[in-house]
Design a protein around this ligand. Structure first.
Ligand code: GAP
Length: 514
């Protein structure tokens, strides 16, 4: 597909056209950064969630799941640090009255310089053809070097103002770079202020007695406050993990890039409780284990990279992101955080209840350390979906749009197509096949249009198999099975269909690649 912007636009429109993702409340012109999952999207999302749950909970005998409520006692968020420290730095333009995240303004400015470098490189490549040595060009060309130095200087100053939380210096950086408001074009900026990302709501019937609550900004705290309940009732021995999936809410100021950054989203998190001092070893373990899980889906090794954090959150002693190559570049997909004993100690302090573990081997009490893996389900959906959407040039000079979803995640595993829809016997046999297969797989029936068009429709829908029932099927109980990715067709016995499909979509087959 042409360029990244075009590709991303196609991803968004394909997600709508094929019933994957709709803008929320579209009839009222939508609600910014809130999306609904449609009939195919809900299946894909569920399959990703199940794939995660199976790998994390079912396959590990020392990890159990919970489903904590979205509402939590408000002191939770005081203890966790979210009331005081879960902020974004904001700046307003006085002329347009538009509000921006200060860090995003700087990052966008830096990105534009990077794009200029890439443009110079592309131009030189065109000019010099095969003789072009990109590395040499990047390390010797005057313009490139000057721009790269600008980028490095900006990165250094941005890190500094963020680390020091120096809001005056943040504004100065924006002024020094001469950043203008994209709407008014002016440099008439307010001071930079901190803005808390949690949504507030109220619990209770009357205004006087109502209690102020927050919608949880992460699922993790539901696990921390249940740590002792689960440990005792499940007789869990350290090291052990608690996993959960569920909605989280953040009042994101820069909410864009489709389902990448939403105000209501879903997380899949696991807190692994360990002995203090062993966090280095477990950090390494979970980094490797989580990357293997991603790679098992076959989205391409080159599309992942780790980004170790230099600036650590208030609760962490080590952290890394697994970044994925989205259509708009490498961005965070999952976080792996060594959270020390910060959260349990804080909940102890604020609740006055002991949240410790008695280690029988050491005959001692201690507050466990925690290793967290946290992935956004919607981001994983976007990674899988955008990677799958491809346009292929075919031999007959036509193109086909195909959604090459990993078969294990595809919403519909097979479409059953009677070759001729007016032939009652073919329709009857097709429906019999569906009745048999639907106990094991999600399958669909498709009889409209010529069979070639139906194949294309199922390709674009991401269905791994099309099963065509024709006159011969009535005589010898065979059908044609067509594979989405290779377009290869085979004649097979109806009795063998189940085994053929299972082999390609079975979770075990996929997870065994880990
Ligand atoms: N408990 C740790 C935690 O919440 P985080 O890095 O803030 O850490 C974890 O979030 C993951 O949640 C991210 O890697 C991302 O995949 C997802 N996520 C965070 N904010 C999001 C948003 N506004 N929209 C969609 N996904 C989001």
């Amino acid at each position: 597909m042409a360029n990244n912007d075009d590709k991303f636009k196609k991803v968004i429109s394909h997600a709508k056209e094929y019933g994957y993702v709709f803008q929320s409340s579209e009839v009222y012109d939508g609600l910014s950064a809130v999306y609904d999952y449609a009939q195919n999207g809900v299946e894909l999302k569920k399959n990703i969630r199940d794939y995660w749950w199976k790998a994390m909970v079912q396959m590990n005998d020392n990890i159990v799941g919970i489903d904590a409520a979205i509402f939590m006692h408000p002191t939770t968020w005081k203890a966790s640090g979210h009331v005081d420290a879960f902020n974004d730095p904001l700046i307003d333009n006085k002329d347009s009255k538009k509000r921006y995240r200060a860090d995003v303004l700087v990052e966008d400015f830096r990105e534009k310089i990077l794009q200029k470098i890439n443009k110079d490189v592309a131009k030189a490549k065109k000019r010099f053809g095969d003789a072009f040595d990109e590395n040499e060009f990047r390390s010797t060309n005057g313009n490139v070097l000057r721009r790269q130095k600008q980028i490095d200087d900006i990165t250094e100053r941005l890190t500094e103002v963020q680390e020091e939380s120096d809001l005056a210096a943040f504004k100065q950086l924006i002024l020094d770079l001469g950043i203008v408001c994209p709407v008014s074009g002016s440099k008439n900026w307010t001071d930079v202020k901190q803005f808390n990302l949690m949504f507030g709501t109220k619990l209770g019937a009357s205004a006087e007695s109502a209690m102020d609550l927050y919608l949880r900004p992460e699922t993790a705290q539901g696990i921390f406050v249940n740590f002792l309940n689960v440990q005792k009732t499940g007789r869990m021995k350290i090291p052990f993990g608690i996993a959960q999936t569920g909605k989280a809410f953040r009042n994101e100021i820069v909410a864009r890039q489709f389902i990448f950054r939403m105000r209501e989203f879903e997380q899949m998190e696991m807190q692994f409780f360990i002995k203090p001092g062993s966090q280095g070893e477990w950090f390494k373990h979970w980094k490797e284990a989580r990357l293997k899980w991603h790679l098992s889906l076959g989205l391409g090794e080159d599309n992942y990279r780790f980004h170790d954090h230099e600036k650590l959150a208030h609760y962490a002693d080590a952290a890394t992101d697994i970044e994925f190559r989205f259509p708009f570049g490498f961005k965070e997909l999952e976080g792996i955080h060594s959270r020390t004993d910060f959260d349990l100690k804080q909940h102890e302090a604020y609740s006055g209840k002991k949240l410790q573990y008695f280690d029988h081997e050491d005959n001692a009490n201690y507050t466990p350390y925690v290793l967290e893996t946290s992935i956004g389900l919607d981001r994983m959906f976007l990674a899988v979906f955008s990677n799958a959407l491809q346009e292929e040039e075919l031999e007959n000079n036509t193109t086909r749009t195909v959604l090459k979803l990993p078969a294990v995640l595809a919403p519909t595993k097979a479409a059953i197509l009677p070759l001729v829809r007016k032939d009652e016997a073919l329709v009857k046999l097709s429906k019999q096949i569906i009745e048999d297969l639907k106990w094991d797989f999600s399958v669909t029936y498709d009889e409209k249009d010529a069979v070639g068009r139906r194949y294309r429709r199922q390709d674009a829908n991401g269905t791994p198999f099309c099963i065509t029932v024709d006159g011969e099927s009535l005589e010898d109980n065979t059908v044609t099975i067509r594979h989405r990715d290779t377009m290869e067709q085979q004649r097979v016995k109806i009795d063998d269909l189940k085994a053929i499909i299972k082999k390609e979509v079975d979770v075990k087959e996929w997870l065994m690649r880990m």
